[in-house]
Design a protein around this ligand. Structure first.
Ligand SMILES: *Cc1c(COP(=O)(O)O)cnc(C)c1O
Length: 422
């Protein structure tokens, strides 16, 4: 009998989870001393790995000064400095930062902002979201309603979730030309043509739909989304909760397309995973729509822990380490290993169950024909000292950026070895 209820877990039949007692770089350590190389950096957030001395020190020194204070009517230096730093590193034009405590809430904030923006710009009928199939934006109800309807369990929660609109998931790969992406772009245009009068915002995980199946797409698609949103007076929201801070090879996925969304959400890598936090960034155009003599035009949202000083301070340190330790360079090196081992090496992907192999930045996914193909891979990996956790049709890695090329090869060897076996 367990008092602790685990996520996405059938508590009746699942084996008891392993107990983690510590961590060290890209490894975490289990009770009994087993060291596992984490191929997924704890749901993609521990980008500096475990027990990074600079991040620990930042938290410790902040804890000694101020652990928490509300942002209602008060402010503090870690929050103001982090807001400025995020404006500085994010795409040009995102000048304002609203903090919250998780990726899902950051997305809730973005959606509320978009609806209220439209109302205050005199377009109150624009109150629905346009999302994409295969999207994942979080597990709170507002976010579930914009997740892929099947994966997001819309039928189970029918009557509870608001109903939004969905365009097809893009199919053109990252390398596609604009012509090759034209079909995807046209599908987006058709939805906007038919429904723009009721759409507040188009939201997407730019370039990489993560938890919805590691679907990668072209920067041309992202650019076209920007153009279409301008044409149809719809806000563009980028959910960079997973892609932010280097995962796709540039600091933000938006940077590949040189596009500025109206609203952008950051979380997972924001604090290097050391404390849950999120930031919803907005352009001045969005922000200005909330300025008025009327108090009712203010943005009515305020999570208790928004701008938590410990989180802001460790996020500032995370940004500094990212810069000073040349993480974009490290990500380029990791990408080279992933391309070499998984795409160029042709000694392994002949297995009939493999449908596709994709690499983008420090992300690689092997898509298989059915989930059963991956049954047992976790145990197989663990015997070789690697922690990997496939979901659905996907065996993937999103390693911490401090993972060395040699360590990453241990991960890709496990991924390939699973298919070499028979
Ligand atoms: C993980 C994730 C979220 C949700 O973040 P939480 O912190 O788990 O609430 C939202 N969007 C994307 C793209 C994510 O990967």
């Amino acid at each position: 009998m367990s008092s602790l209820w685990h996520p996405y877990t059938q508590m009746q039949t699942s084996p008891p989870p392993s107990t983690v007692t510590g961590g060290d770089g890209p490894y975490f350590i289990l009770e009994g001393g087993e060291r596992l190389l984490d191929a997924t950096c704890s749901w993609w957030c521990m980008i500096h790995g475990y027990r990074h001395p600079r991040l620990i020190k930042a938290i410790q020194s902040q804890a000694d000064t101020l652990c928490h204070v509300m942002l209602g009517g008060l402010t503090h230096e870690p929050a103001t400095r982090l807001a400025e730093a995020l404006v500085h590193v994010s795409p040009d034009g995102l000048n304002h930062v609203f903090f919250s405590d998780s990726g899902s809430v950051g997305m809730e904030v973005a959606m509320k902002m978009a609806v209220q923006y439209q109302a205050q710009r005199g377009r109150p009928e624009k109150r629905r979201m346009l999302s994409l199939m295969r999207a994942y934006h979080g597990d709170t109800s507002g976010c579930m309603a914009v997740c892929d309807p099947e994966e997001g369990m819309h039928s189970l929660f029918a009557g509870f979730l608001p109903r939004h609109l969905f365009a097809p998931a893009p199919t053109a790969p990252f390398e596609a030309t604009r012509e090759e992406a034209a079909h995807d772009i046209q599908a987006l245009r058709s939805m906007l043509e038919a429904h723009h009068h009721e759409i507040a915002a188009l939201l997407m995980e730019p370039l990489l739909q993560a938890a919805g199946g590691l679907n990668m797409t072209s920067p041309f698609y992202v650019q076209a989304a920007r153009e279409l949103c301008d044409e149809f007076n719809v806000l563009l929201i980028f959910d960079e909760v997973a892609t932010g801070f280097g995962r796709t090879g540039k600091r933000f996925a938006a940077d590949h397309a040189a596009v500025t969304p109206d609203i952008m959400v950051l979380s997972k890598g924001l604090t290097g995973g050391y404390i849950g936090h999120a930031a919803t960034l907005a352009t001045s155009d969005v922000y200005d729509a909330f300025l008025s003599d009327d108090d009712d035009h203010a943005f009515m949202h305020g999570p208790t822990f928004m701008g938590n000083p410990l989180a802001c301070r460790v996020a500032l340190e995370s940004l500094a380490v990212f810069e000073e330790d040349d993480y974009l360079g490290k990500i380029t090196d990791l990408n080279a290993v992933l391309c070499q081992e998984l795409l160029e090496a042709d000694d392994w992907h002949t297995h009939p169950a493999i449908r596709d192999v994709r690499v983008l930045g420090a992300t690689a996914a092997i898509e298989v024909s059915e989930p059963a193909v991956l049954q047992g891979v976790q145990e197989y990996a663990r015997k070789q000292g690697v922690w990997i956790r496939p979901f659905g049709h996907w065996l993937y890695t999103m390693p911490a950026y401090i993972t060395t090329p040699e360590e990453l090869r241990r991960i890709t060897d496990v991924m390939k070895g699973w298919f070499d076996g028979d």
